[in-house]
Design a protein around this ligand. Structure first.
Ligand SMILES: [Zn+2]
Length: 207
């Protein structure tokens, strides 16, 4: 994916499939694998820029561990600062629980699965299978024999799909507590909101 945030819709849609899943965990997990890309490009230029973090080995170990740490300690202050989401609710949702850990793992796993079709090489089974042996099917289908064009067209196609899904998610939630729906992801009963004084009407959010 050219823009890592374009993975967000996958995390959001996953969070709707099971109420026990944590949206913050899924969102953080779904962007974590790409942090290896700049690091590999800087320190290992000319080699693969996707490796451990885009492998199943990495997904179930370092990616999950890192995503849990980021969700617990970095996500709440940043989302609270930028979007004004209640810090107490964020801290509550981002507590380390089994469902948060599973969510972080699923987020990272879906990132890797979404990446596979559009990359000319995939380290999914690294270190047992060379990344060069797993070629993204969209690269072949859309490339017409050219890896460059297959890669470019596959990226554009998936970016458009994820971009449209992102806009749909915004539109669906525009009349709700938008930023809480986007970043907390669970429906707090209105009474609870009012009791805890954390009910943000849409006008408050946009003011
Ligand atoms: Zn990636």
């Amino acid at each position: 994916m050219p823009f890592t945030p374009f993975h967000y819709p996958a995390g959001y849609i996953l969070s709707k499939t099971n109420k026990r899943l944590s949206l913050p965990g899924l969102v953080v997990g779904s962007v974590i694998p790409d942090i290896e890309v700049p690091i590999l490009r800087i320190f290992f230029p000319g080699v693969w820029d996707h490796l451990l973090f885009h492998s199943l080995l990495g997904v179930f170990t370092v990616c999950t561990l890192l995503a849990v740490v980021v969700t617990r300690f970095i996500y709440p202050p940043i989302i609270s600062l930028i979007f004004g989401v209640d810090r107490g609710e964020l801290d509550d949702v981002c507590r380390v629980t089994p469902s948060l850990i599973v969510s972080c793992m699923l987020g990272a796993l879906f990132h890797v699965l979404v990446d596979i079709p559009m990359h000319p090489f995939n380290p999914t089974l690294w270190p047992w299978v060379s990344p060069n042996e797993i070629v993204g099917p969209l690269v072949i289908i859309l490339g017409g024999g050219s890896v460059f064009w297959g890669f470019t067209r596959a990226h554009i196609l998936l970016s458009v799909i994820m971009g449209v899904l992102g806009i749909v998610i915004l539109i669906v939630n525009i009349n709700k507590n938008l930023w809480e729906e986007i970043w907390l992801g669970y429906n707090i009963p209105v009474e609870n909101h009012e009791r805890t004084g954390t009910n943000h009407s849409s006008s408050e959010i946009w003011d």
